[in-house]
Ligand binder design. Structure first.
Ligand SMILES: Cc1cc2nc3c(=O)[nH]c(=O)nc-3n(C[C@H](O)[C@H](O)[C@H](O)COP(=O)(O)O)c2cc1C
Length: 441
């Protein structure tokens, strides 16, 4: 095993949704709503490529902050099925790949979450993970009966208690509780299954779970918080942290993020090698380096021309309606204080936009293609990725690209073999469970 090996994941940016329905290479995606075929093909390809996991984003509302309307989101096809039922379907089509779906600690009652994820762990043969988010839009909170969502930092306080409660439920069965002793007529030794009597500030649960632990007992916890509270939550609980430094990209920033999270993990008494940090990146590849640069130029100019998409994206992240701001006036400096959304993202955007108009800040945002630029032939990109990881110190990349079979093939059958040839990614899976493979190097 190469000492320089790193991990790979793929972030599906609109979860179990519809991808590029009116764009080239998207096949039948507009018609195949909620059909699992594309995602099954993807899972098999990622496994062929030696990926650690695929990660399905989720949220439980239709974006409506931009222009105070659902029109933009719905006309562009922003819809999402619940990713949870897709997980075992993907697991049946694969043998080794880790499958992470997103769950909100703000809305899932702990018992339902613990039980669902335990069942998923059984059904996937120990390959389930969960991306824990606190969710930000009031519209999502209102779908669950609240008037307004909790304030940002309090959401993480609630999330912390939520994890404590859910973990207690996962541990409500001792090892060896299932004895299956036919002669004595005892299937489960009841003395090894305990109520938890959890009494927190936000949650109460009696326990025990009515289901024995799966192969991993707990799913692999994934987390993407960027704020102080978010980073602390990730450093305390996550086994894979995913970071998007698109607002503030570069190798130095990646290294600083990694050092910061490592410091926090040590502060929580954890060993830094117990969590893998993956950086969001969008490789842009072609048959020649010049061809890839040309492709990069055309991606950036398409992003820049799509002002509405940029404004709607920022509105969604921040909860502030960016259609109301003057494009040619300097950006208001106190935006980060006014948001109850993805605080860290808004903070980085505002810092980078200091002294600029909103239009100029949008142009910068359109230029960004991830935590770091990866542009060239698959061989060039493989070399870039190896060098970046050497500098950052680990642990890998989370691919973000439109989910089309064309992009999947570029990454899985172009880039992955080039990485493998250089000893940078695994050639086979050593273990049966997701966690063991993730923490193997
Ligand atoms: C790669 C990545 C994936 C994310 N996936 C989701 C998601 O599926 N659902 C969600 O509500 N938020 C998601 N987020 C948002 C984060 O959970 C978090 O709110 C955001 O990074 C801002 O951090 P903060 O909450 O600490 O300010 C994601 C963020 C990143 C960088």
């Amino acid at each position: 095993m190469s000492e320089r090996m790193f991990h790979m994941g793929w972030f599906l940016g609109t979860g179990f949704g519809t991808y590029g329905w009116n764009q080239r290479w998207s096949g039948n995606s507009g018609k195949d709503v909620a059909k699992p075929g594309l995602f099954i093909d993807m899972a098999r390809s990622l496994e062929r490529a030696g990926f650690d996991y695929m990660m399905l984003e989720d949220s439980s509302q239709i974006p409506e902050v931009y222009k105070g309307s659902r029109e933009f989101a719905l006309s562009r096809g922003t819809l999402r099925q619940d990713p949870m039922p897709l997980v075992p379907i993907l697991a049946r089509a694969t043998e080794h790949l880790g499958i992470i779906a997103t769950m909100s600690t703000s809305f899932y009652p702990p018992y339902l979450a613990a039980r669902l994820l335990t069942t998923q762990d059984h059904l996937t043969g120990g390959r389930v993970g969960v991306n824990l988010v606190t969710s930000s839009p009031d519209a999502a909170a209102q779908n669950y009966g609240m008037d307004k969502h909790w304030p940002h930092d309090q959401r993480y306080e609630i999330a912390d208690e939520w994890v404590e409660c859910v973990k207690a439920l996962w541990n409500s069965w001792d090892d060896g509780a299932t004895v299956a002793d036919s002669e004595a007529g005892v299937y489960v030794d009841y003395t090894k299954v305990h109520p938890i009597h959890f009494e927190g500030e936000y949650f109460r649960s009696r326990g025990p779970l009515n289901s024995p632990p799966g192969p991993q007992r707990q799913p692999v916890i994934c987390q993407a918080g960027g704020s102080e509270a978010g980073r602390n939550f990730g450093a305390k609980h996550a086994e894979t942290l995913i970071a998007s430094l698109a607002e503030d990209p570069g190798v130095e920033k990646m290294k600083a993020y990694r050092d910061d999270v490592v410091g926090r993990m040590i502060g929580f008494g954890r060993n830094p090698s117990d969590a893998k940090m993956l950086f969001l990146a969008q490789p842009i590849m072609a048959d020649t380096d010049e061809g890839a640069r040309e492709k990069q130029r055309s991606i950036i100019s398409a992003q820049a021309a799509n002002t509405e998409q940029l404004l709607a994206g920022l509105s969604g992240y921040s909860g502030l309606d960016f259609s109301k701001f003057d494009l040619d006036a300097p950006l208001e400096e106190d935006l980060a204080d006014r948001t109850n959304g993805h605080v860290s993202l808004v903070r980085d955007f505002v810092r980078n936009a200091s002294g600029k108009t909103l239009r100029e800040a949008l142009a910068d945002r359109a230029n960004s293609i991830g935590s770091v630029e990866l542009v060239g032939t698959p061989e060039t990109v493989a070399v870039q990725m190896g060098e970046i990881m050497d500098e950052v110190g680990g642990d890998g990349f989370l691919i973000r690209a439109q989910v089309t079979r064309a992009n999947i093939t570029e990454v899985c059958d172009g880039l992955a073999p080039a990485l493998r040839k250089r000893g940078l990614i695994r050639s086979h899976y050593e273990f049966d469970t997701f966690r063991e493979n993730l923490l193997a190097f």
